[in-house]
Write a protein that binds this ligand. Structure first.
Ligand SMILES: *Cc1c(COP(=O)(O)O)cnc(C)c1O
Length: 456
């Protein structure tokens, strides 16, 4: 057995992999899903135990910003490791968590000056929902206890976060456990009718939101959305006009606006926060994924003074009652500080504008591909839909692209790339070539009439 095969079989025996039908890892049929053992990472590349390499075209589930084993982040973490690995954050504090909170507040122009910590994105969603609900309780308006989200929204997969997640693959099996939020029309630009612009679609969706809030705003605590790009829905993109109108409506009907920037934050869409492109400010902001550079589990909910003030009281029960053992972990905060240091030292947004243009140019020929629909891009996210009825399309594509030395994992019939920001022009060319080759390979075989299945 090769080293690869050894780790693969030991993993299949002992590790229950996320978002995976484990049977598919043993299967050899059309639904076969390869399991790839990774020995090390460097820059945009992942290497297996036999030296085979893969370009990380999706930043390891959208977390990695500045490459694997980034020397600057590594050095910061090694230094922190020798000072303090962890201390509880109730009743104690430490330098990395203080500095990170201050720097994040500064990035919001001081608007969101209070940072609450957790370890994963779903917990950040739940914290934001609980904060909003408890805010209205504390303000004497307990009837405001429901939430709104967009169709196709994804805010995490814990039972609380599933309440505002509208992706059937993740939600349907657990629906009886969940207090489901209401959904309103998503401003997905692909819905444009003849003669309509993306901004027109945004206005149409905002009209639906207005009607919902006019009818039920009295009972609604918060509206949560993913600004500009709905990731897990299949890189659904929409016009910033929607955010401007949603902000106005939330103000009018006294509903908190929660921006879930777990995927789109940290420069991914062209500005540090995606909502900046609409020139609005949320009441609550969720961050995770890229904030630690893709190194360690860390999530943060930033809130306004007004929300913070509603909890400030003599009574413990009016305080925000939520904690995790690793809240504000110093190593994770230090990884985030090192990540923000890179943003401060290098002109990351300007460099990303050039890389985004390179991505656009490299993938532009696909627009003419007979099976490609809706080629679209927002900053360092590029996506297109594939016209195929083959339920195994995403599997076939995934296997085909891995064999071309790239990690690109379609969601249903949507293929997307979201590389780390350190990707070079040569690596972008490699990615485009691998995606184009894999697309043709995956489409080569027979089609069936059943609807497509999902990978995530
Ligand atoms: C990934 C993601 C989450 C959940 O984060 P986890 O760390 O996976 O729990 C929530 N919201 C959005 C928009 C995400 O992309």
């Amino acid at each position: 057995m090769s080293k690869n095969e050894t780790w693969l079989s030991r993993s299949l025996a002992a590790v229950w992999h996320p978002c995976t039908q484990m049977q598919h890892h043993h299967s050899t049929g059309p639904m076969a899903l390869p399991l790839v053992p990774i020995a090390r990472g460097e820059g945009a590349w992942l290497y297996d135990f036999d030296g085979k390499r893969y370009l990380d075209g999706i930043s390891s589930w959208w977390t990695n910003l500045f490459g694997h084993a980034n020397p600057r982040i590594n050095a910061a973490l090694k230094a922190q490791l020798d000072r303090l690995e962890h201390v509880m954050l109730a009743g104690f504090t430490h330098q990395p968590v203080v500095e990170l909170s201050e720097r994040l507040a500064a990035l919001t122009g001081g608007h969101l000056g209070h940072a609450f910590y957790a370890s994963d994105g779903a917990s950040a969603t739940e914290i934001a929902l609980k904060m909003s609900f408890h805010f209205w309780q504390n303000r004497g308006r307990p009837e405001k206890n429901r939430f709104l989200c967009l169709t196709g929204s994804y805010h995490g997969e814990t039972v609380g976060a599933l309440a505002v997640t509208d992706v059937p693959l993740f939600k349907d099996a657990y629906a009886p456990l969940v207090r489901q939020a209401d959904t309103v029309m998503c401003p997905d630009s692909r819905q444009a009718r003849r003669g309509e612009t993306a901004a027109d679609v945004a206005r149409r969706a905002a009209a639906a939101l207005a009607a919902k809030l006019e009818a039920e705003g009295e009972q609604i605590a918060a509206f949560i959305l993913e600004p500009l790009v709905q990731g897990a829905a299949g890189m659904v993109m929409y016009d910033p006009e929607y955010l401007r109108l949603a902000r106005q409506l939330c103000d009018r009907y006294e509903v908190h606006l929660i921006c879930d920037e777990i995927a789109v934050g940290c420069g991914r869409t062209g500005s540090f926060f995606a909502h900046e492109q609409a020139d609005i400010k949320p009441d609550l902001l969720c961050l995770s994924k890229g904030i630690s550079g893709g190194y360690l589990p860390l999530s943060i909910v930033l809130s306004t003074d007004a929300i913070y003030a509603a909890f400030y009281d003599e009574a413990t029960t009016r305080g925000f009652l939520h904690s995790h053992s690793y809240t504000g972990n110093p190593l994770a905060c230090q990884a985030a500080l090192a990540t923000l240091d890179i943003f401060a030292a290098d002109d990351v947004h300007a460099a990303n504008r050039i890389k985004a243009a390179q991505l656009q140019a490299a993938f532009a020929p696909l627009a003419a591909h007979p099976r490609v629909r809706h080629l679209r891009q927002r900053g360092m996210i590029l996506a297109f839909d594939v016209d195929s009825q083959d339920p195994a399309f995403s599997r076939k594509f995934y296997r085909a692209v891995l064999s071309r030395e790239a990690l690109v994992r379609p969601m249903g019939n949507t293929v997307y790339v979201m590389p780390p920001y350190i990707v070079t022009p040569a690596e972008i060319a490699h990615l485009a070539q691998a995606v184009t080759g894999a697309l043709d390979a995956a489409l080569e075989n027979g089609e069936t009439a059943t609807p497509p299945s999902d990978l995530a």
